[in-house]
Design a protein around this ligand. Structure first.
Ligand code: IDP
Length: 151
């Protein structure tokens, strides 16, 4: 099923100037970028986004980190896009992430793990609506999809 997911290059990825490399990985896979912006996450938005982690030992650091500099927020569309992007991103802790995944290739620590990706269809819907207005998400055809999607 074609659906959408929310991905975000965290402040460490923006500072390290790997936004382009990260976008390339999803483009090469055949997924479609339908929304994107460089933005600062306010403390209020960070707390809403990460509310399931409130009370955990790493929560305060996580909020501090995600608000510490610009992030690059994106909406991607494609077949099984949530599962596929989670696989391309790799395990939460970079020390367990396989080589070839973004976290496996680019980072060392769970507290600086470069990228966020929604972990379910429900979180994707919630997170997209937290970060994007409807008019910031575009619908357009990619002619190359005939070479990517099965007929
Ligand atoms: P995910 O980002 O792979 O979905 P979650 O378990 O939802 O992983 O955790 C959200 C974020 O919280 C992680 O990406 C990471 O930045 C941070 N985090 C998770 N567990 C730890 C930890 O044990 N120490 C420090 N930060 C953590």
């Amino acid at each position: 099923m074609v659906s959408k997911t929310f991905l975000m290059v965290k402040p460490d990825g923006v500072q390290r100037q790997i936004i382009g490399d990260i976008i390339s990985r999803f483009e090469r896979k055949g997924l479609q970028l339908v929304g994107a912006k460089l933005m600062r996450v306010t403390t209020e938005l960070a707390e809403e986004h990460y509310k399931e982690h409130k009370g955990k030992p790493f929560y305060e650091n996580l909020i501090q980190f995600i608000t510490s500099g610009p992030v690059f927020a994106m909406v991607w569309q494609g077949e099984n896009v949530v599962d596929i992007t989670r696989k391309l991103i790799g395990k939460t802790n970079p020390k367990d992430a396989e080589p070839g995944t973004i976290r496996g290739d680019y980072c060392l620590y769970v507290s600086k793990n470069i990228i966020h990706g929604s972990d379910s269809e429900e979180s994707a819907v919630r997170e997209i609506s937290l970060f994007f207005n409807e008019d910031e998400i575009l619908e357009y055809n990619k002619d190359i999809d005939v070479w990517i999607y099965k007929s």
